[in-house]
Write a protein that binds this ligand. Structure first.
Ligand code: SF4
Ligand code: SF4
Length: 168
């Protein structure tokens, strides 16, 4: 195939440079499709299902009664727990006579389907508007009560409101 020789104008590359610059400048004034994460975050969808929260009642008592319905409903078998009997004097800590002494969710197994939230008869677990941060170890993705339990609304009202989020 014979190539057409370039004209003098084409050899100067000026039209191509001007065209390229016009595209560049055009993009400079367009609205950015990206956000400066983590300084800015996109608003979550109203149906977003994120990290689990173990809920407390208005007096700050743990709602979970270790009935196991969430674990049974979980299709990923991500939830494990151990129940314990509430002792006299612990009424201010646990709402029901039985509570979860240990409650763990493996976030590497979880598919964030929300079935645990739907299965819970005590409004004790829900999926919040945040997500599990990255971690270097598998163990770091197993969340226990320390990570899951919502702050106490009586002693830490601001932290409680922040953890609760707008959708709950
Ligand atoms: S969101 Fe779904 S997969 Fe994750 S723990 Fe709950 S039931 Fe299991
Ligand atoms: S979170 Fe709800 S469903 Fe799961 S064990 Fe506790 S009370 Fe039962």
């Amino acid at each position: 195939m014979e190539r057409k020789p370039m004209s003098m104008w084409e050899k100067m590359y000026l039209p191509a440079i001007a065209k390229g610059m016009s595209i560049t400048f055009g993009h400079m004034f367009k609205k950015k499709p990206t956000v400066n994460y983590p300084e800015k975050t996109r608003p979550f969808s109203p149906v977003f299902r994120g990290l689990h929260v173990l809920n407390r009642d208005e007096q700050g008592r743990e709602r979970c009664t270790a009935c196991g319905l969430c674990a049974v409903a979980c299709p990923a078998e991500a939830i494990t727990m151990e129940g314990a009997e509430r002792l006299p004097g612990e009424e201010n800590l646990y709402r029901e006579e039985k509570y979860a002494a240990k409650y763990e969710i493996n976030m590497l197994r979880c598919i964030f389907c929300g079935l645990c939230e739907e299965a819970c008869p005590k409004d004790a677990i829900y999926l919040s508007e945040t997500f599990a941060p990255s971690n270097y170890t598998r163990k770091g993705f197993i969340y226990g009560k320390e990570e899951l339990l919502i702050p106490d609304p009586v002693t830490q009202p601001e932290a409680y409101a922040k953890a609760k989020g707008a959708h709950k």
